[in-house]
Design a protein around this ligand. Structure first.
Ligand SMILES: [Ca+2]
Ligand SMILES: [Ca+2]
Length: 161
């Protein structure tokens, strides 16, 4: 007698509880970015790189292993196995040419840009485009995970206005 697929699922479920969850649709979004950072964010590593804020819309930690932020025509460079975002976290990552690891490996353009957030299967999960961003201005969703974007005052690591 063949095992029903669901019985296998039930066997696996207890093992998954308490682990980092796999991402479902729209659980992690591009929330905000700054293409010319001077005073809009101070990374612990120093300097003043451009940056992108990711927002976890759920109350679970989400693994971002193998995910990436890239431009549409570029090959994604997958993030390392320990890349993750905590429950409800506003996670700011640096965007700078030469960055490796859990980062965006290129500078963002102030005149025009197009960023995509792709998952470990290379499937685009979110994207945004912008033009004409001044120094220390942010291109941000209006409210966390909001459906519209606007040129705003930056709120790196914090709730979007
Ligand atoms: Ca820049
Ligand atoms: Ca923010």
């Amino acid at each position: 007698m063949q095992a029903h697929p669901f019985s296998l699922l039930w066997l696996l479920c207890p093992a998954l509880i308490g682990c980092v969850e796999a991402a479902g649709p729209d659980v992690v979004v591009l929330n905000e970015l700054c293409a010319d950072n001077n005073n809009a964010w101070d990374p612990s590593s120093g300097g003043s790189p451009d940056w992108v804020e990711l927002y976890n819309t759920t109350d679970a930690t989400i693994s971002l292993a193998g995910w990436s932020i890239h431009e549409p025509d570029d090959d994604p460079i997958p993030w390392p196995d320990d890349a993750e975002i905590g429950p409800g976290e506003h996670l700011v990552i640096a965007a700078e040419l030469g960055q490796s690891g859990f980062a965006v490996p290129f500078n963002l353009s102030t005149s025009e840009g197009f960023l995509m957030l792709s998952d470990a299967d290379g499937v685009p999960r979110d994207w945004t485009t912008w033009v004409d961003l001044a120094e220390d201005r942010a291109w941000a969703r209006v409210g966390d995970a909001g459906t519209t974007w606007a040129n705003q005052s930056p709120s790196a690591g914090e709730e979007n206005p």
